[in-house]
Every structure is written in structure tokens, then in C-alpha cells.
Design a protein around this ligand. Sequence first.
Ligand SMILES: [Zn+2]
Length: 260
Amino acid sequence: MDGDFAHLKRIRRTDADGTVILSILLGSTTSVCETDVRAKLAQRLPDHQPRLYRHGVSRWPPLTRAQYEAWKDTWPMYWRESAARKDPLVGAARDAVQTLMRDHVLAHVAKVEQETSHKPCSAGLVYDPTTKTVLAVAHDTRATTFHPLAHTAMNLIEQVAQARGSPTTSGKRKADDATYLCTGLMVILTHEPCIMCSMALLHSRVESAVYAIPAPTTGGLGSVVKVHTERRLNHKFKAWRYCEVGSVREVLGSVEEFHY
Ligand SMILES: [Zn+2]
């Protein structure tokens, strides 16, 4: 059988009125010649008359338990939880992100708006899951600084660089700092970063990124391209779409169409 169908079991057993029926999956219709199969069956099993028929099956292996449960009745299949699905943003991890988004990112937006009468169009933070520390909180400052590169993610990386004495800001680098700026760190954003920012996150070696509102025309973490999983690049990181967008839209929804 085709290697592409390794997720499917070869034999399906069904019982009908006390009769056991065994169905054998031979392969895809593009790889199996019906005429040849009929000729071989007639030659090797002359006393039996197995029925040859086409049956729709899942082209792809299930990626989630729910998909497996829904698809296995069509044709028996194997369930193998892939490594990529072992670390979803659920449970305690999701609760932690919600808390960080509410208490730090959205609180930062409200604070900036209150102090300057200017509502940021997007904001975010950098979080160290190991020490459970917020290392940087920033927002998009293009409108106030007139700097074209002052996107939220760029400002966040700049803050981390300043805190760590990166040569990009101070001209000197700590002797024992052999890692990249954001190795092991998580970035949480109100909006999907643009492709430039996504590349900046990749270059700084973030561990993961979470965003709430997608950027359909500029997004680099799923909407336009998937920078974080691009196989031609030398670093990959996890990226999630944050589902609890209600509070984020409530605070920033009016500027959703801005390009991030
Ligand atoms: Zn950007």
C-alpha cells in the first residue's frame, strides 16, 4: 500500500447479521489498476469472489484526538500524537497567558492612554517562563516617534537588548552572554506581528509567540507566511493564536485595521 497511507489500518472488520466481512485496503485509485487486481484475484482465488470496490478514506493522518474519533469510523486508522501537538496552549499555560495579557499588556495600554491621551494601536510583552518574570512591556510607537520601525515587537526586542547590554544598543556585550537576545523567552502580543517583526523575533531566537488578533495582509505568523515554521530558516519557534480575544478587542478593537 502507498506509504502516504501509513496512518490507515490495512484491514477493516465489520459484522453484518452475524456475518464477518473483512475489507482489505489495497491502495489509492491512482496506484492500483483495477483490471490487474481483478485478473490476479480471479487467478489466485478462483473459488471465491471477492468484491472490488472504491471506498473513501482520510487522505491525511489525524492531528488531534477529536479528528481521530471523527474519522476512524470511515476507515480504521492509527492515532499517533505528534510531537508538534504535545505542547498546545491549553490549561495552565493558557491561563498564564490570559493573566499576562490582562495584567500587563492591556494594563499597559490603558496606562499609556491615560497618561498621554493616545491609545496605542498594539502592545505586547516578553516573558521568561523559567523565572516567571516579565522582562519587557512595549507598544507600537510609530505614531508618536515617527520612526517607521517602531513596531511593538521591535520595541520589545530593543528593551530586552538594552536590559542585557546588547552590542546593538550599548556597543559592548557581556563576556558570558553566549546566547541570543530572546533564547527561551515567550512573546505575547495583542496583534499578529508583521513579517519584519516575525523575522526579528526569529533572529532573536524566541521560544514562542502568542498573538490575539490576526493581521490578514501583513502577518508573519500564519496570515501571510509562517516565518516560525519556515524550513529554510535556521530557527523555529512555536506560535499560537490566542483565542480569548474579547478583552483585547474591547481595548484595541477600534484600531484593528492598522498595519502591524
Ligand atoms: Zn511589525
